[in-house]
Design a binder for this molecule. Structure first.
Ligand code: SF4
Ligand code: SF4
Length: 107
């Protein structure tokens, strides 16, 4: 997790966080707790709380823009793992909460 993310969480409370249903623990090799997702199409689920507006993932702990954590961090979906700090989507989420734009962290 980027150091920015621990005091942000905006993306977890802005977008619909959807992914292939096979990533849930109802399926072999899946990790995301099934109780924390909701079906949105025949093959996709979304993190509960992100399927409507205003959005806030049910796994998000803390206060956006202050101090946050993900209660299922080691089990989170590919969508969450691939979301990068400092990208246009990240900064769009941050702007929604009045947080300053950030640059990608060096690899
Ligand atoms: S919006 Fe960007 S900085 Fe904030 S938690 Fe998401 S990836 Fe991290
Ligand atoms: S599962 Fe964790 S990382 Fe993914 S959107 Fe929810 S709080 Fe954020």
């Amino acid at each position: 997790m980027s150091s920015f993310c621990q005091s942000c969480g905006a993306c977890c409370a802005k977008f619909r966080v959807s992914f292939y249903w096979g990533e849930t623990d109802a399926h072999p090799g899946g990790t995301v707790p099934q109780r924390m997702v909701i079906p949105i199409s025949p093959h996709l689920v979304a993190m509960r709380g992100t399927e409507h507006r205003p959005s806030r993932c049910s796994a998000l702990e803390g206060e956006v823009g202050q101090q946050v954590g993900c209660s299922i961090y080691p089990l989170r979906s590919s969508t969450c793992r691939e979301f990068e700090a400092g990208t246009p989507a990240c900064n769009a989420a941050r702007a929604h909460y009045g947080l300053a734009e950030i640059e990608p962290e060096p690899a």
